[in-house]
Design a protein around this ligand. Sequence first.
Ligand SMILES: Nc1ncnc2c1ncn2[C@@H]1O[C@H](COP(=O)(O)OP(=O)(O)OP(=O)(O)O)[C@@H](O)[C@H]1O
Ligand SMILES: [Mg+2]
Length: 509
Amino acid sequence: MPSKIFSAAITGLDTQIIEVETDVSYGLRYFNIVGLPDKAIEESKERVGAAIKSSGFKSPYSQSQRILINLAPADLKKEGSLYDLPIALGYLSASNQTRFNPQDKIFVGELALDGKLRPVKGVLSLTLLAKEKGWKEIILPKTNAPEAALAINKETIPKIIGVESLKETVNYLEGKTQISLFKINLQDFLEKPNYSLDFCWIKGQESSKRALEIAAAGGHNLLMQGPPGAGKSLLARSLPSILPNLSFEESLEVTKIYSVAGFLPKEKPLISLRPFRSPHHTTSEAALIGGGNPPKPGEITLAHRGVLFLDEFPEFHRDVLESLRQPLEEGEIIILRARHRLTFPARFSLIAAANPCPCGYYKDPQKDCQCQPSQIAKYRRKLSGPLIDRIDISIEVPQLKFEKLTSPDIKNYSSKIREKIEKTRQIQKQRVGHTYTNSEMSLPQIKKYCQIGPKSQSILRQFVNSGKLSARGYHRVLKIARTIADLDESENIDYNHLTEALMYRIRED
Ligand SMILES: Nc1ncnc2c1ncn2[C@@H]1O[C@H](COP(=O)(O)OP(=O)(O)OP(=O)(O)O)[C@@H](O)[C@H]1O
Ligand SMILES: [Mg+2]
């Protein structure tokens, strides 16, 4: 009788239940896996064979057997080593070496040659799927159990059964061993913030810090320009110290991404701090936006719900920068593959830093610029156009005067700003609900929540009619003004809120 064991597949961030069917008959030796397996699954025949032998069972290679394994549905491409455990159990069951009830159980795990289980990627997503579909048990490598337990939190179904070896799994299924349920205390999983770079270490630059505060409060995009050594990188790298905490739902969302990417720390498999990603300017398009085969999330997805910092912005390849246009607008990236399309979330705020020209002193009041006009024009072309139109806040970071540089530290600078930002995020959550930040407001929401008075209207009219503000720019100014008013705990967007927002938007070249 063929056996049927259940497992699950991950494609991108999507998950699906997979049936592992095994048929064993006698005849000329044959061992094949069908159902669009990738190389890792093809090789699972060898791992499973050795693991079965090491666990004291009769190996599929020791007798004249015809073994056929089908991973259904047959038209879905399967990837990874997580099917080792269900394939081994399917074989043991179909060859009558064990007997157990596979109903309501999902199995995942990679086997080592000695029969021990190794952790697999994407367990959080798989457990969330099992929970959503009402499966009773998920049996997986013990090292993956903490991650799986996150998905069920305080609930008890599905039961998380963490096993160390194939032999232990069989003993458990046959009722010969008890395995205690894995439970977690969420508090133990929270990462401790390490604010090694605090705003208190950055002297002067009050207006730059204010702009970063607004960007962090409303999830807006920001570009800093200034001469070498002015402190742009320092300002950006201090941003995590003022970012608001992630809610538990957001944490799970981000953890799911890091889980399928294989970037979760084993001991604390919960991402509880807002991501801050800073890829190098030599990064490829696939590494930035995601892709490859099998498709992996890129930096913009790893920065989901956090910050993507692009230092030396104009040094990035033009195509790489252009590829950011769609995700910046949509908050997600769609990757097309021959058989299906994958969607990765990418709701991040973009923080970019640049020198104003190749030598860095274009229009500098103290130093002469050494660049040729053509060099400046080429360089600044990357700082203009449709991508820059998506940046809400544009600021200049000037060189500091000595007096500022030696001014005394301000205590608890970042923590005070962070408290204010947390409050602002609560206001936004209550107002726009699931969209959560002001930068994500839809057009109807802008219309409803960004009402302005006649004086503000008249100044905006001037800027739009003189071509200084695009339609996109107009809506983005309203969103920033909303954030500034929220930081002020003001229900209305006042004239001064609007003019501050406009100041960040209008760029002189
Ligand atoms: N406002 C400041 N307060 C204290 N130190 C500062 C400040 N600005 C710059 N510095 C010092 O200067 C160093 C260089 O700053 P940073 O790397 O941020 O400059 P930058 O603007 O990114 O320069 P570049 O354009 O060359 O990348 C910092 O590591 C820090 O030691
Ligand atoms: Mg720098």
